[in-house]
Ligand binder design. Structure first.
Ligand code: AHR
Length: 314
């Protein structure tokens, strides 16, 4: 199906088309934004994979705003793209626009983040990580690492974007794991919006309010990296005075882990592009696809980061 690129771009910001010929499948993709190293790697993976698969990509950057995503999805529907994929900024509030896509017979694929719609017929499949597991693995590592520490162990938490699936789920998984021992106490928890700048700002406030922080759990590497700047500026040694756990394992995070400034990272892979394009082709061909496709991931200690860094893709 052919669509006019300019019209499909609408005013959702930062759009562009890539790949495909006249007969190519047209995929409308609404991205969260460019808030983190993870997101940049994810966008590149989607764009490169579309090109490789010969799929014409209509790309819209929502700049972390749900209203921009809804507008972009409506533009895709108006242009009658073949398939819509999007990474929802937050979990709630999608039913109306998803119903509009369904009524227009355009299949929708959720990528990276889930929605909380009770009606699962509103989308074909959801491909992405198990965020609860990432939080749980982080908490389990902490419980083991502090097994001989009598406590109390005072933890501060930098949460991701409020209302987003990774913030909700990582908090849940981590909380369940540390509940194993009452000596673990989350003394402060606030959003750092998944960005380095906000991570730094919130950590500065945590350090001013609490003199006895033992552990930082940051929902992504970027916030952890911002927090490291705040910790160093306060005259403390990250990774030693404060144990730091993050999620993602992007290159900058892995470097900080190898350098001893972060203590543990649970991986969240941004390389969803190739699998997403396969699903797009299958859904477009009317094939049945699994309702949930979970990304395979691992965890990294400081020693493992040193080994993995030379061949790290992102
Ligand atoms: O949804 C995935 C999360 O979003 C990544 O962990 C984070 O870095 C990004 O901004």
């Amino acid at each position: 199906m052919m669509v006019a690129t300019a019209a499909a771009c609408g005013d959702s910001g930062g759009d562009g088309a890539a790949g495909g010929g006249d007969d190519a499948i047209v995929l409308g993709f609404s991205q969260v934004g460019a808030e983190s190293g993870w997101r940049t790697a994810n966008t590149k993976s989607v764009q490169d994979s579309a090109k490789e698969a010969g799929i014409t990509l209509q790309f819209a950057d929502a700049q972390q705003k749900q209203e921009n995503q809804i507008k972009a999805i409506r533009n895709f529907i108006a242009q009658q793209v073949d398939v819509i994929a999007f990474s929802p900024v937050v979990e709630s509030g999608w039913d109306t626009v998803l119903k509009e896509a369904k009524d227009a017979d355009i299949p929708v694929i959720l990528t990276d983040r889930a929605v909380d719609s009770a009606d699962e017929t509103l989308y074909e499949t959801f491909i992405g990580s198990d965020f609860v597991k990432e939080g749980r693995l982080s908490g389990e590592w902490l419980v083991q690492e502090f097994a001989d520490n009598p406590g109390p162990v005072k933890i501060v938490e930098l949460e991701g974007t409020t209302g987003s699936a990774p913030a909700n789920d990582r908090k849940q998984g981590f909380g369940e794991a540390i509940a194993a021992d009452p000596k673990f106490e989350i003394i402060a928890s606030q959003t750092g919006e998944f960005t380095r700048a906000k991570g730094k700002e919130v950590m500065e406030a945590f350090l001013q309010a609490h003199k006895d922080i033992d552990v930082l759990f940051a929902h992504n590497d970027d916030m952890g990296l911002g927090a490291i700047e705040a910790i160093e500026a306060a005259g403390l040694v990250p990774g030693q005075d404060i144990t730091i756990i993050t999620i993602d394992a992007v290159r900058d995070g892995m470097q900080a882990l190898a350098d001893g400034k972060i203590n543990f990272i649970a991986e969240c892979s941004p390389l969803l592009g190739p699998q997403l394009m396969e699903l797009v082709k299958q859904v477009h061909a009317g094939e049945t696809v699994p309702k949930r496709v979970v990304t395979e991931e691992t965890t990294f200690t400081q020693e493992q980061a040193k080994e993995a860094l030379p061949t790290r893709e992102y």
